[in-house]
Structures are given as structure tokens and as C-alpha cells.
Ligand binder design. Sequence first.
Ligand SMILES: [Zn+2]
Length: 380
Amino acid sequence: MLALALIAAPGRAIAADHFTPLSARVLHAPEPVRGGDGRMHLAYELVLANDSAFPPGPVTVRRIIARAAGKPVETLAGAELEEMMEPFGVVNERTPRTTIQPGGTAKVLMDVSYPAGAPIPRRLDHEIVLSPGPPAAVELSRFTAAPTAVRKRPAVIVAPPLRGPGWVVINGCCAQNTSHRRSLLAIDGGLHAGERYAIDFVQMTPAGQLTEGPADQLASYPFYGDEVLSATAGKVVGVVDRLPDGPINFALPPITAGDAGGNHVVVAMGGGRYAFYAHLVPGSVRVKVGERVRPGQVLGLLGNSGNSNAPHLHFQLMDGPSPLGSEGIPYRFSSFTAEGTLADFPQFFVGGAAARLAGSPRGPRHAELPLNLQIVGLGP
Ligand SMILES: [Zn+2]
């Protein structure tokens, strides 16, 4: 205690320590990106751990309030919190997803957004409100935690990696709990969200359907084999082209982390950014490690290799060459045409139904990241 007293500013008391039932941290400081809704999005994750030991017990998170300069900017509670929070590992359907057992951990997928032109805060922190489980000696059920800087760097502008109308943004950013957003993975001993801003592109037929013919045949997906284009200039630093196209089904087999992307290409863009194009057709990759590529150059063909349950292009940018062992970073497409938003994803994707589209926005968009379930026309 003597040491603490010595470093205190003269005349100012040090705030007392308190036992809190949880610890919380931000996995990776958010980078703002303008989304296809015209708003600026800060997508990031909180990692919560129930470290309470006096005595140990379950805790239930009631509310998480993201704050900038002490003012609330986003509140997650109720059904929305249940949607965006989940434990690491197996989800136990019998306990609420907002309850964390002693020693347990959970993630919360945050999307703080601002109207275009509004000032973006330089820092955020979080007020966490919870109810401890059985009577506990923990002192605080409302506390401030998980401060983070907000990065200033603008999201890079890239070319779309595909051409044509009717591309559906599956598992896109930011406000929904998608397989990309919840993929906080332990890779080579670190926790990473490489797929934070990833998009799985599939293309609607002119009739608004996913397939023409039986859904278990590759040939029924008219966009299977479409050319995948480099979104950027850069140098190829990773290529895999030896894996078969997998069967089409909706229960993915376990697969190694290194093979999850199937046949793929990684391009170093410079500035610490890398682009990743995954699930390509076996034998279709047209570039080699060390080769320089230009925007629009064909890298390979859209396929169904690796961790893929139907043909699609998985596209993402990340801050290192490892697709899963890096942090996903945002990007914007130079231009695209907004064609609406898919309103009935399960019926479209597994039910064989024609897409039902929700309204806005429609028309040309520039320098934005298309958001989850937006339908976009790409290329000239
Ligand atoms: Zn994906």
C-alpha cells in the first residue's frame, strides 16, 4: 500500500479496489467503416470471464452500455443481448446465453454505429450491469470495464472480387450474430477474429433462387466456377490448390485450421493488410507465391473446397498473412449497386425459396462495406 500512496498525485485519493464478478476486455481495438446503410460502424468483441472467487458463482449479464466520454452510445439488453452474447465452446441451451458459470468465458459481439458525418469517438469504455448468482461477496454489480482506443485509420477501398448482379452478402458485418462474427478462434495459442468483416458471396439466379436444379449438385449453382478477381494490387504470399470440392450439405465436417479455407489465395497489399480468397475450385488457382497481382486479375474460380457447405467465395481482409490467426480489418468496395436486402435467409439458403427482398437502400453506392444480407451488383 505504501507504493500506491507514493505514486498518487498529491492531494488526490486513489479509488478503492473492488472485487468484480467478471473481467472484461476488448479483443481488438475497432476501426470505423462506412457500411452499405450509410452509417459508420465500429464492430468489435468483448471477452468476458467469470473470475469471481469470493465465493465462486454464476453471474448473469443484464446490460452492456458502450460509452464515449462517459455518455452512453449503445446499449445491449434483453433479446438483443441474448442474440449477441454467447459462451465460448458449447452453447448449453438450458441456461441463458447471458449467464456465465464460474471459470466460464463468453463473447459479446458489439456494433456501435453513427450517422455519416457524426464525429467518431477516440475511445470507448463499457458499463457492465449484472446480477450475481447465489449470494456472493462481490461488491459491485455495475462497473466500468474494457476501455479501448478507436483506430483513426480509414478503411481501405478495394475493388469487388466478383462481377455481375445479384450477389448476396452472407455472414456479413455487423449487427447480427453470424458465423463470421462469432468466430473468435484460438489459433497458434492466440485468440483471433480473422473473419470479423468477412463476406460469403453467393449469387441469386434471375428468378431470385440460390440454385437451378437439385441443391446437392455443384452444377445446380450457376455461379460455381465464376472468376474470382483480385480486389487489390499486391504480392501473392499464400496459395493452396490441392483440396477437393466438398459435398454439399449443411452439417460441416470437422477440418484442420489450415485447410478450412480450402483452395485459396492470400495477397499482401502493403500497409500491413492482406486479402484472402477462399474455397476455390481444385486446380483453378492461376497465381503463384511471389507473383505480383493487379486489381481485377483472375486469381482462380469460385468453388466449394474446405469448410464450405455450398459453393461460395469467402472474402476478407486481415492484418497478417494467416487467415484465421490474424485480426479481420474493414474494407470498402469502390462501388457497387445496392439491390435490396434478403428478408428470408433460411428459406432462401436451405429452403429453395425465391428471395424475398426488404427495401432500402437501392441504387449505386460508393466506398462502403456492403452489410449482412445486402444484395449487390458488382463490377462494371
Ligand atoms: Zn466464410
